[in-house]
Design a protein around this ligand. Structure first.
Ligand SMILES: [Zn+2]
Length: 473
């Protein structure tokens, strides 16, 4: 560990001899590129020959990455880190069972230490898939999540799961007032925002419209504006949600129409899923500058086909998320890239009556997990592309495996062929957090062992009994 820290502490690192997909404004790709890292930022980027001639004598570390591909750190814009210990507790069940009988009892029984372990386990999986930054969708115990993110070396926008009304809430949550919800988030903001060398930011959260009073929505909007931070909310997930909003708030469509009516739609809102939105609502989201996180696997599990092509066409910044382990099981943004392209090409049959293989091209998908991801977490001044002055958040891919060879087109190869296993090293904020597939800052095996124990105890404490499907003997 000490040796790793020493290696991590070097002032100037030069990586050369690799393909560099910059995702900059001109979408430049260096065939034989090099990048210079000084402390936590990118100092130079260019052709290997030029960079080596200018910087090799200054480098503390010269890394030959011949045969590799470098990408900007990938950004996962919808993750439930607190749900990682609940992977597999709600497979093949309807949404009400999923929420009321599995997830809420699980989350309401979590201790701070459970949140910490769950975030460690989730973070390990995120790093293996090349993620350097994620947006938490709303978890339990911000303190536990923040400690884990700090230790892993990741970057995150953390939010607390926030609800002040609704049916079926566990008793420990039912007594939470609107004021409690706002105050605890303000407290978290003042305690953790801009901590961990600036890698942690604190956002406000709204779990979903069905568990929020109008007062909570308005106070959240104003508090986030006052602190100049973001809001993360599940929006228009299922038709039932829209119908409830129509019935209760007397608007002519669903959640987005209502949120527009109360002036909640702002450019600091990250709306997750947004599956059930009509053309007018797409236009409302676009006009307000709302960002949308598309989670293809979770959408296919429980929600439906989101109109991603239409949203992108309307100018909405759409990024990608995995959602949580109980709604996806696989927390790999690499898998989501592949799925996002396939699902949205296939959806054309339903949307326009014919297939269209040009829908959501590989470049578009790669933008969604880099440039659009950075805009979605309001960090595009420092993240999302490999450019001089930006943060050194970098993914190193080894494409020389049976999964990816031959590489004729490196962009399409990254989206259609890459597997999580092709990600070999990950740097965040100028420090390696995974090197040669080894997580640097925590003992992966130890976390897995502790997470297994904590998950079993948590389920017992929450009274969750999973039905036996097979004749286990
Ligand atoms: Zn979610």
């Amino acid at each position: 560990m000490e040796k790793e820290k020493e290696e991590n502490g070097c002032a100037i690192t030069v990586m050369y001899g690799c393909v560099i997909i910059t995702m900059d404004h001109h979408l430049r790709v260096f065939k034989d590129g090099a990048i210079v890292i000084h402390l936590d930022r990118i100092k130079a980027i260019g052709h290997s020959q030029q960079i080596l001639s200018d910087f090799s004598h200054l480098a503390d570390h010269l890394i030959d990455l011949t045969g590799h591909v470098i990408l900007p750190g990938l950004i996962n814009t919808h993750v439930h880190t607190s749900q990682q210990l609940a992977r597999g507790i709600a497979d093949d069940v309807d949404l009400v069972t999923w929420l009321h009988h599995r997830i809420w009892p699980y989350e309401s029984a979590m201790s701070q230490h459970d949140s910490y372990l769950s975030t460690l386990l989730c973070g390990i999986e995120l790093i293996h898939s090349g993620v350097t930054c994620f947006a938490e969708a709303g978890g339990q115990h911000v303190s536990g999540m923040a400690s884990a993110v700090e230790l892993l070396g990741l970057r995150a926008c953390l939010t607390q799961s926030t609800m002040d009304s609704g049916h079926g809430l566990p008793s420990s949550w039912a007594s939470r007032t609107t004021q409690d919800c706002i105050q605890s988030q303000k407290d978290s903001y003042h305690k953790y925002n801009n901590t961990a060398q600036g890698r942690i930011r604190i956002w406000f959260g709204i779990r979903q419209i069905m568990n929020s009073t109008e007062n909570l929505l308005l106070q959240t909007r104003d508090a986030a504006a006052q602190l100049n931070t973001g809001i993360h909310m599940h929006v228009a997930e299922i038709p039932y949600e829209n119908q409830l909003v129509v019935d209760v708030h007397k608007v002519n469509h669903g959640t987005v129409t209502y949120l527009d009516k109360i002036h909640f739609l702002q450019n600091n809102l990250l709306a997750a899923h947004s599956v059930w939105v009509d053309d007018n609502e797409i236009s409302l989201l676009s006009k307000a500058g709302v960002k949308v996180s598309h989670c293809p696997a979770a959408a296919m599990r429980m929600l439906g086909f989101a109109p991603v092509r239409e949203m992108l066409g309307a100018g909405i910044c759409v990024s990608l998320g995995t959602d949580g382990a109980p709604s996806n099981n696989r927390m790999s943004i690499v898998d989501e890239m592949y799925l996002a392209s396939l699902i949205n090409k296939g959806r054309e049959v339903f949307a326009n009556g014919t297939t269209d293989p040009t829908a959501l091209s590989a470049e578009t998908i790669l933008k969604m997990v880099t440039v659009n991801g950075a805009k979605s977490v309001q960090w595009d001044d420092e993240l999302g592309s490999l450019e001089v002055g930006k943060k050194a958040d970098i993914v190193v891919v080894n494409p020389s495996t049976w999964t990816m060879v031959p590489v004729h087109d490196c962009i399409s190869n990254m989206v259609y062929c890459m597997r999580t296993e092709n990600v070999v090293s990950v740097m965040c904020n100028g420090l390696w957090i995974m090197k040669d597939k080894k997580i640097i800052n925590v003992d992966e095996e130890e976390v897995i062992l502790k997470a297994k124990q904590a998950s079993a105890e948590l389920l017992k404490r929450a009274g969750i009994q999973l039905p036996t499907r097979m004749n286990f003997i």
